[in-house]
Ligand binder design. Structure first.
Ligand SMILES: NC(=O)c1ccc[n+]([C@@H]2O[C@H](COP(=O)([O-])OP(=O)(O)OC[C@H]3O[C@@H](n4cnc5c(N)ncnc54)[C@H](O)[C@@H]3O)[C@@H](O)[C@H]2O)c1
Ligand SMILES: N[C@@H](CCC=O)C(=O)O
Length: 523
């Protein structure tokens, strides 16, 4: 058994301290000097391989800046990566669990040393401010540390998990699935990207990682760390490319054993459908693990502490511009305190500074043109679906910089069945919904097809207990923000249309990537 201290999540950097701000700014300079403008080729079978065409990553906060480029994998590359991964699987599956876990622990150690570089790169590539970037890199380290330790419980012949039967030895063996595809989103391009790769890898699978098109550089940075930590050739195949091209090819392929996907509901459901169709030569039912979108609501009732509720609302709604699956996009307030809560929320949100990630603004630009246009579309219908109380414009500029800037927006008295109340917007836009009373608020909270995060701000024990039982979400928070799950502390994942509730960072997450064999020997 590997010798490590008990898992403890990373603490976050305190950016109220001047020395930490200075260190971050130094990291930004280093990243600008060493990583901006860099090109990341694919990594297939341990070799760096390039393509004629490239994918370009733009700075969303200053779209005149190209942050860097990656290769753009073709179908032939995807095929080669898949075959190479199956060849690597023959030896990787035989490695001791301890030895595989050590690779993750070493990667965590390297990332700890390069923590601020990873943060700074994300400030430039996807516009995260300092705290948002830091929380994400801390989560990436936590995933590596946590999954390394979790793997231990699947090591060896687990006869203790079965009931004793006289005259026989019985037990369960956990064995890896084979080769899978990990398809990740741009909004947590470091933590989710590496968590979805490290988990299957540590228990003996080989993985083709397909990062999001908008965040290829941080993905390349993380792959370098995994290789430096000692992953053998072919275990992690780095395949930046276009989702509907190579993603589609790999998810439909007969030789893909499992798919772990985090992204939108639309793409997730499409993958679920194509993966279910058995291809010629396919000899398994593909395992599909899905983490999808949300339309997350937080209820504030008349017993709530107003300051706690408003702080939770501002943090949950506007952290990383609402570009989190967990973001509070619906604030559901009971009628008797509606005006007080909403006025305070509008006032606090109105003080948020809009600017670049590098300037450490509270709200930065949204990720790309498609996202900007989509949010703009919702802002256009907002006056018909409620009252715009704050913001309401997609300005496309902040402090003289052209970028995908959208004002923090609050729309009041949104109709509960409207598009603003039902569809994931994925930007700094909050719909406030007026509820008659507590029960009406809970009904509204449960009235979407999603079920990812939710929250209640209330001092009523009875109501909190009712919510515990009846609020239909995978992650439920009381009297705090509804974002920011910590690995091992709040296992994360939703149900209903929000996903397969596989609970990343939870005690059973690795079981998603293994199959069990029961072995009986008669003595
Ligand atoms: N539940 C969670 O844990 C969680 C976490 C983060 C983000 N999300 C969700 O992700 C979404 C935002 O991320 P996004 O915009 O990158 O999502 P997206 O669905 O547009 O893309 C996700 C990934 O899928 C790939 N892809 C696109 N089409 C594909 C296809 N046909 N076949 C295979 N792959 C394909 C993309 O290239 C990308 O890598 C939001 O809906 C958000 O709620 C969920
Ligand atoms: N795990 C993150 C959300 C990831 C989705 O975007 C949170 O808990 O806020």
């Amino acid at each position: 058994m590997i010798k490590v201290q008990e898992y403890r999540p990373q603490s976050f950097i305190d950016f109220t301290k001047e020395e930490n701000v200075t260190a971050y700014q130094d990291a930004l300079k280093k990243v600008r000097a060493e990583l901006v403008g860099k090109h990341y080729p694919m990594v297939i079978n341990g070799e760096r391989v390039d393509t004629a065409e490239k994918l370009t990553s733009l700075n969303p906060c200053d779209t005149s800046e190209v942050v860097g480029t990656t290769a753009k994998a073709t179908i032939e590359d995807a095929e080669r990566a898949l075959q190479g991964a199956w060849a690597a699987f023959e030896s990787w599956k035989k490695w001791d669990m301890d030895a595989r876990a050590r690779v993750l622990l070493k990667a965590a150690a390297i990332l700890k040393r390069r923590r601020l570089e990873a943060c700074a790169l994300m400030s430039i590539e996807v516009g995260k401010n300092y705290a948002e970037a830091d929380v994400e890199v801390a989560e990436a380290i936590d995933f590596l540390e946590y999954y390394a330790r979790s793997a231990m419980k699947y090591s060896g012949f687990g006869s203790s998990e079965t009931t004793w039967f006289e005259g026989e030895e019985n037990g369960l063996m956990s064995i890896p699935l084979g080769v899978g595809v990990s398809i990740s989103p741009w909004n947590f391009p470091c933590a989710i990207f590496i968590g979805m790769a490290a988990a299957p890898i540590v228990v003996g699978n080989c993985v083709i990682v397909k990062p999001a098109e908008d965040a290829g550089l941080i993905a390349g940075f993380m792959v370098d760390i995994m290789l430096e930590a000692g992953l053998p050739a072919g275990v992690l195949q780095f395949l930046p490319g276009v989702g509907r091209e190579i993603g589609e090819y790999l998810t439909t392929h007969a030789k893909t054993r499992f798919i772990t996907f985090t992204g939108s509901r639309a793409v997730g459901l499409h993958i679920n459908e194509v993966a279910a169709k058995v291809q010629p030569g396919q000899k398994w039912i593909k395992r599909v693990i899905m983490e999808l979108g949300g339309k997350d609501g937080m209820i504030v009732d008349e017993t709530a502490d107003l300051d706690v509720a408003v702080t939770a609302a501002v943090q949950g709604a506007f952290g990383f511009n609402g570009q989190k699956c967990s973001a509070m996009s619906r604030l559901i307030v009971v009628d008797s305190v509606y005006d007080d809560v909403v006025n305070a929320f509008v006032e606090r949100a109105g003080a948020l500074k809009v600017g670049t990630g590098e300037e450490n603004a509270n709200v930065t630009a949204v990720v790309n043109q498609m996202s900007f246009d989509k949010i703009k579309g919702y802002l256009e219908i907002a006056p018909d679906e409620g009252k715009v109380l704050l913001g309401g414009a997609a300005t496309g500029e902040a402090n003289g910089k052209q970028g995908y800037y959208v004002q923090p927006t609050i729309v009041g008295d949104v109709k509960r069945e409207s598009r603003l109340a039902q569809e994931e917007i994925f930007g700094p836009v909050v719909s406030v919904i007026r509820a008659r009373d507590w029960q009406d608020a809970l009904d509204i909270a449960n009235s979407t097809e999603y079920g990812l995060t939710g929250g209640v701000c209330s001092a009523s024990r009875e109501r909190l207990e009712q919510a515990r039982a009846e609020f239909e979400v995978g992650n439920l928070y009381f009297n705090r923000k509804i974002t920011g799950a910590i690995v091992g502390v709040q296992p994360f994942g939703g149900y209903n249309m929000s996903g397969t509730d596989s609970k990343a960072g939870g005690p059973d997450y690795l079981a998603n990537f293994m199959q069990l064999k029961t072995v009986t020997e008669r003595w």
